[in-house]
Design a protein around this ligand. Structure first.
Ligand SMILES: Cc1ncc(COP(=O)(O)O)c(C=O)c1O
Length: 447
C-alpha cells in the first residue's frame, strides 16, 4: 500500500516522461505548467499521448480509465469510429471554406429534431461564447441590461459568466442569488430590470454537483414570462448528454433560449444558441441596426467540426449512448457507495451521468441516490476539503484511474462494467491508503 511521501515518490518514478514535460511546461504556462485549471496537480498530472474508448495512455506507457472525458464532451468515448471516419473524410475535403456549406445545415437540423424549442440555431466556437451571445440577444430583445444568475452555477470564464468575486472581473449588471429559492427569483424578477435569467441545466457545476429542484426549474418559464425576462438555459454540459432532448426534456421545461457546447461537437470545439425565432431575429440583416447583431467568428460551423457533430448527433438521436452512460453511472454509484459505507466514511457518490463524490456530514440518506446526502451548498462545495479530493485524485491516478481533482467521474457509453469494477477496486484501495496515512481526516469517519 502506497502512503505518505511514498505515493509521491512512486508517482514520480512511474511518470518520468510526464515529469520531464512538466518541467518544460512550467517555464511557459503560468498555471504551474498547465493549460486548464483542472489539469493542475501537485506534483503534476500525466501527459497523455493517446486515447481510445474509455481509456487513455501517458507518455510513460501508463494506462488510465478516463473519467475526464474531454471535460464532459465525449459521451461516446474517445475516438468513436464513426466520428473518426467522418472527420478523416472531411479533413481531406477541406477544413474551412469560409463559405456556407451543407454540413452546417445538416447539423442544425439534427439539433432542431432533438430539441423542439430550437426554432433557430446560431453556432460559436465554445459554450461560453454561446452564453455571451445569449445575454446579448436577451438585452436586445428586452431593452434591459441586467442579468440574474444563481449561486454556484458555472457558465464560463468571461466577465459576466464566471463565479462572483473572481479577480479582474467587471460584471456590474450581474446579480447572483441563492440557488433553488423561487421567492428570491420572483422578488428580483418583479423589479422588471432583468434582460436574462441564466441557469445551468441539471443543477450547478458539471450537471448537478448541486442539484436543482425540479419544482424550482418548472416554475421558471411562467415566472420569467410574467416579468418580461428571457430564460436562458445553459445546457453546455447536459445538451444531449442527459437525453436526446437535453436536460429540458427530462425536467419537462421549455426555456426561451438554450446554450449548447461540449457533446454537440462530437469532440471538436462548438457552441450554439438555439431557441425562439423572434429573439434570434437580431441576426437577420434586415433588422434595424440598433437591434441587429452582425454575427462573426472565424470558426463558426466550420465543416470539420460539423462533420464530427453530425456523426455524433446521429448517434445521440436513439438515446442509447446516454442510456448506457447512465446505467454505468448507476452501477458506479451503487458499488462506490458500498465501499464508503463499509468503511464508515462520511461521504456519498450521487448524480446522473457525471457522478459526483460528496465528502462531509451526512444530513440524511436520500431515497434516490442521484441526490447528495445534504442540501447545504456550503458543505457540498466546501473548499476546506479540496486537499482530500486532491489526495484521492493522486492515489487514483497511481491506480490507473483519471478523475478531476474535485472528485467527479464523467461516464461515457464507451465505459464498461469491467471498467467500473476496476475503478471501484482502485477507489477502495485508495481510501484504505488514505485512512492509513491519515489524509482522510477523522471528521470524515462516521465512527
Ligand atoms: C455549464 C457550463 N456552461 C458553459 C461552460 C463553458 O463552456 P466552454 O468551456 O466550451 O466555453 C461550461 C464549461 O465547463 C459549463 O460547464
Amino acid at each position: 500500500m502506497l502512503t505518505g511521501e511514498g505515493l509521491v515518490e512512486e508517482y514520480r518514478r512511474t511518470h518520468q516522461g510526464s515529469q520531464k514535460l512538466h518541467e518544460r511546461a512550467v517555464k511557459t504556462f503560468a498555471a504551474n505548467g498547465a493549460t486548464h485549471i483542472v489539469r493542475v496537480l501537485d506534483p503534476f498530472r500525466p501527459y497523455i499521448t493517446r486515447a481510445q474508448g474509455s481509456r487513455k495512455w501517458d507518455i510513460d506507457g501508463n494506462e488510465y480509465i478516463d473519467y475526464l472525458m474531454g471535460h464532459g464532451a465525449l459521451i461516446l468515448g474517445h475516438s468513436h469510429p464513426e466520428v473518426v471516419q467522418a472527420v478523416q473524410k472531411q479533413m481531406a475535403k477541406g477544413v474551412h471554406y469560409g463559405e456556407n456549406h451543407e454540413l452546417e445545415v445538416e447539423l442544425a437540423e439534427l439539433i432542431k429534431a432533438m430539441m423542439p424549442m430550437a426554432e433557430r440555431v446560431a453556432f460559436f466556437s465554445c459554450g461560453q461564447e454561446a452564453n455571451m451571445m445569449a445575454i446579448r440577444l436577451g438585452r436586445i430583445f428586452t431593452g434591459r441590461k441586467k442579468v440574474l444568475r444563481l449561486q454556484e452555477n458555472f457558465h464560463g470564464w468571461a466577465d459576466e459568466l464566471v463565479h462572483e468575486g473572481s479577480a479582474g472581473v467587471v460584471a456590474d449588471q450581474v446579480n447572483v442569488i441563492p440557488f433553488n429559492d423561487l421567492d428570491k427569483v420572483e422578488e428580483e424578477l418583479a423589479k422588471k430590470e432583468y434582460a436574462v435569467l441564466l441557469t445551468e441545466g441539471g443543477g450547478a457545476f458539471m450537471n448537478g454537483r448541486v442539484p436543482i429542484d425540479f419544482d424550482f426549474a418548472q416554475a421558471l418559464p411562467d415566472l420569467t414570462k410574467k416579468y418580461g425576462t428571457i430564460w436562458v438555459l445553459d445546457e453546455v454540459v447536459t445538451g444531449f448528454r442527459d437525453a436526446p432532448g437535453g436536460w429540458q426534456s427530462v425536467a419537462g421545461v421549455k426555456p426561451d433560449l438554450t446554450t449548447l457546447g461540449k457533446c454537440v461537437g462530437g469532440g471538436l470545439p462548438i457552441g450554439a444558441v438555439v431557441g425562439r425565432a423572434d429573439i434570434m431575429e437580431a441576426f437577420n440583416p434586415e433588422t434595424p441596426p440598433e437591434r441587429r447583431i452582425p454575427h462573426t467568428g472565424t470558426w463558426n460551423a466550420n465543416p470539420l467540426l460539423c462533420s464530427a457533430g453530425i456523426a455524433a448527433c446521429k448517434l445521440y438521436q436513439s438515446g442509447e449512448p446516454q442510456k448506457k452512460a447512465r446505467q454505468l453511472a448507476d452501477y458506479l454509484r451503487e458499488r462506490g457507495n458500498e465501499v464508503l459505507k463499509e468503511r464508515d466514511i462520511s461521504g456519498r457518490l450521487y448524480s446522473r451521468t457525471v457522478v459526483h463524490l460528496y465528502l462531509g456530514t451526512i444530513d440524511y440518506e436520500p431515497s434516490d441516490d442521484t441526490m447528495p446526502p445534504t442540501e447545504d451548498i456550503k458543505k457540498i462545495m466546501d473548499p476546506a476539503l479540496d486537499p482530500v479530493y486532491t489526495r484521492l485524485c493522486l492515489h487514483l491516478l497511481q491506480h490507473g484511474i483519471a478523475v478531476a481533482t474535485k472528485g467527479f467521474y464523467v461516464l461515457s457509453a464507451a465505459h464498461t462494467t469491467e471498467d467500473v469494477d476496476q475503478t471501484v477496486d482502485a477507489f477502495s484501495d485508495s481510501l484504505d491508503a488514505m485512512i492509513e496515512e491519515g489524509t482522510l481526516s477523522q471528521a470524515l469517519r462516521v465512527r
